[in-house]
Design a protein around this ligand. Structure first.
Ligand SMILES: [Zn+2]
Length: 98
């Protein structure tokens, strides 16, 4: 039986099929939202759920934002400011709003 490939959410680690996830991609030294899921860069996925997106961008104690932690764990040089994180969060939230 043919199954849709599953991807793991970078935030909550649950496995879902691609259409239940939003794709982020590393474009040069930036992490950007890949709305059409067509960018050739290395992709990362996050749940198409505002609760998961929010928890991923939420500041918890010692300025820890899960997404930032995740970026660090990649050991790839990615520049992301707090402003850019907020923009990215807004884009993702907008996407799940409708
Ligand atoms: Zn998730």
């Amino acid at each position: 039986m043919l199954q849709e490939p599953e991807r793991t959410c970078i935030c909550c680690r649950s496995k879902k099929s691609k259409h239940n996830l939003l794709r982020l991609v590393i474009d040069k030294d930036r992490l950007v939202f890949d709305k059409e899921q067509k960018n050739n860069g290395r992709g990362y996925y996050i749940c198409k759920q505002s609760s998961c997106i929010k928890s991923c961008f939420e500041e918890k104690g010692k300025n820890t934002i899960r997404l930032k932690k995740f970026i660090k764990s990649l050991k790839i040089k990615i520049e992301i400011t707090t402003g850019q994180l907020r923009e990215l969060e807004e884009l993702l939230i907008e996407e799940v709003a409708d």
